[in-house]
Design a protein around this ligand. Structure first.
Ligand code: TGC
Length: 388
């Protein structure tokens, strides 16, 4: 197979700044040389390559969108390009970096005190402290406002009880941003995972995102100090603001998974011969490749436009909803078509499309399902709430 040099039919490259290109190329080199070789063994084992975390920290991949506190301070497009390159290797890398950065670090940066920021962010940027984000519960996925996890104020802090589910990195995290009801208000709390009463149960039977640690987080009379409360959190909107940042990472990331699938399909069908000629010479194959490339180009343009809107501070969450569900769906269709074009060779992990397709089934569901994002957009278009 020919080495990957990027798939960019519409010359989106020309819209990038030199700095953005340089960031993209640095991460691409890391992905090719270090991240990709680790994927299949870890995917098979169901583990995350923790040995790469210090290197990812050294490259500035955690909290890369934040200013100060040893973070790289990248603009939104450069940050998106990082996510695109990481997910080209596996959605597990993007998910790891995005949960650390867009969810945990963003919550601390936006809603914590100066002391919180100084205490956590430099270590999280370096990958010395790992974070997770506990919002979803077993009975409250699309409707997080129904959460049952609650905090009760005590003389010296708070006591937390409840359970979170499907939490990326919770099993390996040092600190989790736990969203809980304090009275009627949803607030964010920083919970050290070594505290008495904190229990984590990793979910082992996943067919998707196998290179990502996903866990239940159980809290039984967990006592935290007053300083565990993120004082800037004010209701569900605070958690959703972090989710916007993570969904933005997905918008870019899935383009990477899709690009890897398209690249694989082009290379494979050029080499593989049936009926005495390369598969790529058949019209039905070329039609599929053309559709995949068109769909990927549209997804990349959408991601870039979101990045520019974010840079101009005019990005609305309805834009993110549109791009999260449509880019994920586009990537999923590209991955499935690529798998189809590979025939029997596409069903093992020797080639990546089926692994990407399995991962993208999760990406399509988490951080807001397609239906939730369509309803968020529908509400924005009509002013009528069809959600509840
Ligand atoms: P609603 O009344 O619409 O909104 C509540 C408050 O939030 C504000 N808001 C937002 N703010 C920022 N960004 C957004 N995207 C926002 N959407 C709404 C809104 O203005 C309001 O503010 P205020 O001041 O008036 O109180 O709330 P709702 O309960 O009716 O519905 C909200 C809905 C359905 C859109 C939201 O709940 C939603 O997005 N649901 C999907 C939830 C989701 O994405 N779940 C997955 C969680 S992440 C995950 O999968 C595991 S954690 C990550 C990991 O570990 O991998």
């Amino acid at each position: 197979m020919q080495p990957y040099r990027g798939i960019d039919l519409l010359d989106i490259e020309s819209q990038l700044t030199d700095d953005e290109r340089q960031v993209r190329d640095t991460v691409r080199d890391f992905v090719e040389a270090e991240a990709m070789p680790a994927v299949v063994p870890h995917f098979r084992e169901g583990t995350f390559p923790l040995e790469l975390v210090p290197r990812m920290g050294e490259l500035g991949l955690f909290g890369a969108h934040l200013e100060g506190y040893s973070c790289a301070g990248l603009g939104p497009v450069a940050y998106g390009l990082v996510m695109q390159e990481l997910e080209r290797a596996d959605s597990g890398y993007r998910s790891f970096a995005s949960v650390q950065s867009s969810l945990a670090m963003t919550a601390i940066y936006e809603f914590g005190t100066e002391e919180h920021r100084e205490r956590y962010l430099p270590d999280m940027a370096a990958g010395r402290v790992l974070g997770a984000f506990g919002l979803t519960e077993a009975d409250h996925g699309s409707d997080p406002a129904g959460m049952e996890t609650h905090a009760v104020e005590t003389s010296d802090g708070f006591t937390l009880n409840g359970g979170k589910m499907w939490i990326t990195n919770a099993g390996i995290a040092d600190v989790v941003v736990v969203w809980a009801k304090l009275g009627d208000a949803i607030r964010g709390f920083l919970v050290d995972t070594t505290l008495p009463g904190v229990r984590r149960e990793d979910i082992h039977n996943k067919l998707s995102m196998r290179m990502s640690v996903t866990s239940a987080l159980l809290l039984e009379d967990v006592r935290v100090g007053e300083d565990a409360l993120l004082p800037g959190t004010r209701g569900l909107g605070s958690a959703l603001a972090c989710l916007n940042a993570a969904r933005y990472s997905i918008v870019w990331g899935v383009c990477g998974a899709a690009a890897d699938c398209l690249h694989t399909a082009i290379e494979y069908t050029k080499e593989r011969e049936q009926f005495g000629r390369p598969l790529a010479s058949f019209q039905l194959v070329q039609q599929k490749l053309a559709d995949m490339a068109t769909s990927l180009s549209k997804a990349q343009l959408l991601a870039l436009q979101l990045g520019r809107l974010k840079g101009a501070s005019t990005l609305h969450w309805s834009h993110v909803s549109m791009a999260k569900y449509s880019n994920t769906l586009a990537a999923l269709e590209i991955a499935r078509t690529s798998r189809d074009l590979l025939g029997a060779a596409g069903i093992t992990d020797d080639l990546p499309p089926m692994r990407h397709a399995m991962n993208l089934e999760t990406v399509h569901t988490y951080e807001g399902t397609q239906h939730m994002h369509q309803l968020i957009l529908g509400r924005h278009l009509t002013g009528i709430n069809a959600i509840s």
